[in-house]
Design a protein around this ligand. Structure first.
Ligand code: G
Ligand code: G
Ligand code: G
Ligand code: MN
Ligand code: NA
Length: 249
């Protein structure tokens, strides 16, 4: 595919960059962490979203190189932040299943000078669809040095509670379909409440994603989410703007 060779060249030509979206403590209004979101500024096609090239990178195996590059770049920015601000990075299932995946991430952190305890890896349920020893050792190796895991897009899969029972997640990210859209109402609110209560009991953080209005912020806070993320607070921004947000916080 055309985009495949271009992706390789893009890394060399510096066309990719990492944006950062703050995750806010809903009790204090302060920034708790930033999620790294990759962007590709293509010379002809303009801004490409990850949905358009991450799947291609997965198919071609380029995701391993790309993923380690993303982690390294994001960690380099995060190393400049105050120590109590953490970095969240999205991982593709294929990236995790590649040989040496944990080592690749730890090397990226070391090169960037970021402590593993400041990294949180966001994974989705699709990672666990097959119960592989590779996934087990990936999670054990990184947990052992203090890396944390967040269950992303919670509520869109099939057996999220089973995964929470089995794996050491420290955070649940409630999918934005529970916050806005046709399926939001009494039922979605009750689900957020129940999951928030569970999260608090288990000492997990719970983030509501896709918050765009003050009403949505109030609703998820009242329902028990302790963290929030979305355009209401900030769009994903370049590293220098993330640093400015922190300076003003
Ligand atoms: O960034 P957007 O805001 O468009 O993200 C779209 C999707 O791409 C999300 O599901 C997000 O998790 C994923 N995504 C964004 N950045 C990365 C990345 O660095 N690595 C991987 N694997 N997925 C990413
Ligand atoms: O604030 P406290 O020490 O009680 O927090 C214990 C744990 O519960 C922490 O992991 C914190 O993130 C989480 N937590 C705190 N407040 C809330 C909340 O309102 N809802 C949920 N779900 N978790 C919370
Ligand atoms: O799958 P994941 O949760 O990693 O993806 C995050 C995605 O959500 C990114 O595409 C990001 O740009 C997008 N996003 C972040 N905040 C908002 C928001 O408030 N509204 C909408 N529609 N999308 C958001
Ligand atoms: Mn995510
Ligand atoms: Na999500």
């Amino acid at each position: 595919r055309e985009i495949e060779g271009e992706l390789r060249a893009a890394l060399q030509r510096d066309e990719l960059s990492i944006f950062f979206q703050p995750i806010i403590d809903l009790a204090t209004g302060k920034i708790r962490s930033f999620e790294a979101l990759v962007r590709w500024f293509h010379p002809e096609k303009g801004e490409l979203r990850p949905d358009e090239f991450i799947p291609v990178a997965e198919e071609t195996g380029a995701i391993v190189t790309l993923g380690n590059w993303i982690t390294a770049q994001a960690a380099r920015a995060a190393a400049q932040w105050p120590d109590d601000i953490t970095l969240a990075v999205n991982l593709s299932p294929l990236q995790i299943k590649a040989p040496g995946a944990a080592l690749g991430i730890l090397n990226s952190l070391r090169d960037a000078g970021l402590s593993p305890t400041r990294l949180e890896l966001e994974v989705t349920e699709t990672l666990f669809l097959e119960d592989s020893p590779t996934v087990v050792s990936f999670i054990e190796e990184l947990s052992a040095v203090g890396v944390r895991f967040a269950l992303d897009d919670f509520g869109t899969g099939y057996s999220s509670l089973g995964y929470i029972n089995k794996w050491p997640f420290s955070k649940i990210k409630v999918d934005r379909s529970f916050v806005s859209g046709p399926n939001v109402g009494r039922k979605s609110d009750a689900i957020i409440r129940a999951v928030s209560q569970m999260a608090a009991t288990l000492d997990m953080d719970i983030v509501a994603e896709g918050l765009e209005t003050i009403e949505q912020v109030s609703a998820v806070r009242d329902a028990g989410c302790n963290l929030g993320q979305g355009y209401y607070f900030s769009r994903p921004v370049p590293d220098y703007l993330a640093a400015m947000l922190l300076a003003q916080d």
